[in-house]
Design a protein around this ligand. Structure first.
Ligand SMILES: CCCC/C=C\CC(=O)SCCNC(=O)CCNC(=O)[C@H](O)C(C)(C)COP(=O)(O)OP(=O)(O)OC[C@H]1O[C@@H](n2cnc3c(N)ncnc32)[C@H](O)[C@@H]1OP(=O)(O)O
Length: 409
């Protein structure tokens, strides 16, 4: 095992306030389910169906709708809006907007037209509508082992499959693979697809010089009409779902950490089954510097992995670890010289992928399942604490400092 090389942080002060390359209609649809516009008549062919969508199906549909490649048009968006409101709040009992308040009136009309449609039916109809909108792209999600096939197109990820290994590559190299709102949703979907495909191992890695610089600090800039409280609530829900998809991932999950890792990309490593790192990688969780608190279940997994004293240095004091240090503390499985990193790691992973598939999958579940309930509880608590922290002066000042190029971590 090698000692990690010392990574010298760059000091180039260069940023802008861009919020990423969302499609214009996505800006309306993607930010919040509450902003999705929808329409009434769908109940006609979908109501009364015996099959009921679970809350999880509904939440998946909420994520999927944000990833539709084509704008479904205002009529469909009105349908989605009305069904969402009916499914979550029941019949419309809001005051009718004024006649010149065109958009809100159209939304109100669509919701009101659903009358007393039961919440469960509205939820089912919502799921069915989203499924009909995205069915064509979903059908390309199955992965065959032994083929090198590009998966569903994502805006911020590249997902491929080869030799029974599904590889999810974080693909925003010009932003150091910072995770924006859409990328969180895409990772949730990619993990869901990988858990259902025929692959044996799933790998997460980064494109470019960074593995990932953590949460995209511009995420906090998309403030919905509900204001910053609503934004904090949405972020906490997204965070909980994101981390939850790692907790529940059923197959061996491996991180190939090709460069520096920060924030949430470090904390979730405690939920991976193996972590291979280049000696150029560093591991940095500057939560206190950002007025934030730990997430990704690290408040539980890190003290367990490295002991409370070492976990405190990382999670409270923001100590950056070299790959060698992270390996010595049990967060990293093995460190490789950067020059041979890819070759050595992929040779090893290809060998592992030839081991009996079911034995590996079941072993992972035996190792992890006992902890699942605890991890979900920790995740819920961390997300709820962060919902408050996002609104703190400490956090807002840190984000403003970064975005106005006054600070770098
Ligand atoms: C509900 C709340 C959930 C909270 C969840 C998670 C918490 C975390 O993940 S905390 C960690 C957050 N991450 C950071 O604070 C990192 C901030 N970035 C930096 O300090 C530096 O950019 C970094 C050290 C990563 C790299 O420095 P340089 O090598 O000098 O590169 P640049 O700074 O020029 O970066 C290039 C380009 O990328 C943009 N960038 C990088 N990281 C982020 C980020 N996390 N969020 C948004 N943007 C990021 C950077 O702004 C540059 O953009 P341009 O100026 O447009 O080129």
């Amino acid at each position: 095992m090698l000692n990690g090389g010392v990574h010298k942080p760059c000091e180039k002060p260069n940023r802008n306030l861009s919020v990423g390359n969302k499609k214009p209609w996505n800006m309306v649809v993607a930010l919040s389910p509450l902003q999705v516009i929808g329409f009434p008549s769908l109940q006609l062919h979908m109501s009364g169906i015996a099959m009921r969508a679970s809350q999880e199906d509904f939440e998946n549909a909420l994520n999927q709708v944000k990833l539709l490649k084509k704008d479904p048009g205002n009529e469909v968006k009105l349908k989605l809006y009305a069904l969402y409101k009916q499914a979550t709040e029941g019949p419309c009992n809001m005051p009718k907007p004024g006649v010149f308040d065109f958009i809100n009136k159209a939304k109100w009309d669509a919701w009101d037209a659903l009358g007393n449609l039961p919440k469960e039916t509205a939820r089912q109809n919502y799921v069915d509508l989203v499924s009909s909108l995205s069915s064509s792209s979903e059908s390309s999600n199955q992965v065959q082992p032994g083929t090198d096939r590009k998966q569903q197109e994502y805006e911020n990820l590249v997902v491929t499959s080869e030799d029974g290994i599904t590889k999810i590559t974080l693909n925003r190299p010009t932003k150091k693979n910072a995770i924006n709102t859409q990328m969180y949703q895409e990772i949730i979907l990619a993990l869901k697809a990988a858990s259902n495909d025929d692959s044996i191992l799933t790998v997460v890695t980064g494109n470019g010089d960074y593995y990932c610089s953590g949460n995209d600090l511009t995420n906090f800039m998309d403030i919905p009409p509900g204001g910053v409280e609503e934004k904090a609530k949405q972020s906490a829900v997204l965070l909980r779902d994101f981390v939850g998809s790692f907790i529940d991932f059923p197959k061996p999950l491996i991180a190939v950490v090709n460069g520096p890792a920060m924030g949430i990309s470090v904390t979730i490593l405690g939920l991976f089954d193996a972590v291979y790192a280049s000696d150029r990688a560093t591991f940095h969780t500057p939560f206190s510097h950002l007025g934030l608190t730990p997430e990704g279940c690290a408040s539980y997994t890190f003290p367990k992995i490295m002991g409370p004293a070492k976990a405190t240095e990382m999670l409270i004091f923001g100590k950056k670890l070299t790959a060698g240090e992270a390996c010595a503390q049990g967060l990293v499985t093995e460190v490789f010289p950067d020059s041979t990193f890819q070759k050595e790691v992929w040779t090893r992973l290809k060998a592992y992928s030839k081991l009996p598939k079911n034995a590996m999958k079941i072993s992972k579940q035996v190792i992890r399942n006992m902890e699942k309930e605890k991890l979900h509880a920790v995740n819920a608590e961390e997300s709820s604490v962060l919902q408050e922290r996002c609104l703190s002066d400490e956090c807002i000042n840190a984000a403003v400092n970064f975005l106005s190029k006054r600070a770098k971590l």
